[in-house]
Write a protein that binds this ligand. Structure first.
Ligand code: NAP
Ligand code: F7E
Length: 347
């Protein structure tokens, strides 16, 4: 049951510059929230998604505020959270690339686990002044690989297969502990893979849709991948941020699996993407060991029954529709890139 009036609430997001940050900020602005986002300093601008959102929602742009901060800087984070006094905190910030977490295990632990702990500590202190609710971005990577434990639900044991998964398990457990020990309203959303045209370009779905579109337009010759047999439960990010918000509107805090309940291999994704341009993926795709992981999660498939029953949430976008949306977007990008090249070549 929903238990809140959403108008004039204040939300604070870490990870606002990422894929989910874009979709959740859009949803919160549409619902009348004031939105504060933590942005980390980088040598190149990292705000292209948020800049696009400002253009799309000019009338709401005065309710969007950005602050410099970093999940590895717990004191600065707490200062910012106490200053903003949010009603809801969404901790979306993370080193979110599983393959990269094998190269940067300590850093991934600091951002994804200790960073989450800093958010929880800040909320515990803020709660002495006012009520606050926290969403923690947990993940299906926590399930990892136990043969026979599919589909995975809230009751499935964790067996992470990467530094990323291990750090997210620690953050999950901290979140449960703050709920039980400090009576904080905190929820873990255990989200399965979710994608969109705003997905980072090194995740496999976006890598494929960008490559297929660029190959179609003659801008690229081949696509180099890792394990194409892996299976994932892929949904649309726009549907999944709705579930994040719903979790924080309930009477009681709880943890929820968010998934479609369907699983598809990377190869199936490739086939649909390349076929839609009349291409055969086998002619253009190579495999390279550098894209394989020291330990792989072979198959993920989620059971979101609890979310359906308690939140009234269900996915609206099918797998085929998701691939189509991403391909259309990336084909437009490739066509613009090609026109740009042609214009530059004209005398
Ligand atoms: P994403 O696109 O990679 O975005 C990650 C965000 O975290 C970016 O805004 C990034 O900032 C920020 N960030 C990275 N390191 C940080 C640091 N040290 N301090 C502060 N912010 C930092 O990820 P996403 O797909 O939107 O995912 C959002 C969250 O959900 C992540 O926690 C991810 O682990 C989790 N999750 C994702 C999925 C999925 O399938 N997408 C599934 C389950 C869980 P920059 O822009 O500067 O890099
Ligand atoms: O890999 C295989 C790879 O990197 C999917 C993150 O958002 O979802 C994401 O993690 C599969 C894996 O996503 C390439 O081995 C093959 O089996 O797109 P991905 P992920 O690892 O599932 C979870 C739920 C999160 O929480 C994470 O934050 O595709 N694969 N070839 C490849 N993957 C990549 N990236 N690149 C390849 O060339």
């Amino acid at each position: 049951m929903l238990c809140s009036n959403t108008s004039s609430k204040t939300a604070l997001l870490t990870g606002i510059t990422g894929q989910d940050g874009y979709y959740l900020t859009r949803l919160l602005l549409q619902r009348g929230y004031n939105v504060h986002g933590i942005v980390r300093r980088s040598s190149a601008m990292n705000r292209h998604r948020i800049d696009h959102l400002r253009e799309q929602m000019q009338a709401a742009a005065n309710r969007l505020h950005l602050h410099y901060g970093d999940l590895t800087d717990g004191i600065g984070l707490m200062e910012k959270i106490l200053e903003v006094q949010p009603d809801e905190i969404y901790n979306l910030g993370a080193q979110s690339h599983v393959r990269v977490s094998f190269d940067t295990p300590h850093y991934t632990e600091q951002v994804n686990s200790a960073g989450a702990l800093s958010v929880l500590e800040s909320a515990r202190v803020l709660q002495k002044q006012k009520p606050v609710r926290v969403y923690q971005a947990s993940t299906s990577e926590m399930f990892g690989g136990i043969p026979g434990s599919s589909p995975q639900s809230e009751l499935t044991p964790f067996h992470p297969q990467s530094p990323y998964g291990c750090a997210k398990v620690a953050a999950f457990q901290h979140t449960v502990n703050y709920r039980e020990a400090h009576d904080l309203f905190v929820c873990n959303g255990i989200l399965f893979n979710h994608e969109s045209p705003y997905r980072g370009e090194t995740f496999v779905t976006r890598k494929i849709t960008l490559a297929a579109a660029r190959i179609k337009e003659g801008l690229q010759d081949e696509l180099v991948l890792g394990n194409v047999d892996a299976k994932r439960d892929w949904g649309f990010a726009g549907d999944y941020v709705e579930a994040m918000w719903l979790m924080l509107q309930q009477e009681q805090p709880d943890d929820f699996v968010i998934a479609t309940g369907e699983t598809h291999s990377v190869q199936e994704f490739l086939e649909i993407a390349f076929n839609s341009f009349g291409l055969d993926w086998r002619e253009y795709t190579q495999q390279n060991p550098k894209h394989f992981r020291p330990a792989e999660v072979e198959i993920l498939c989620g059971d979101a029954t609890k979310a359906r029953e308690k939140l009234g949430w269900e996915p609206k976008t099918s797998f085929e529709e998701l691939v189509r949306i991403m391909l259309e977007h990336d084909h437009e990008l490739a066509k613009r890139e090609k026109w740009g090249e042609e214009l530059a070549e004209r005398p």
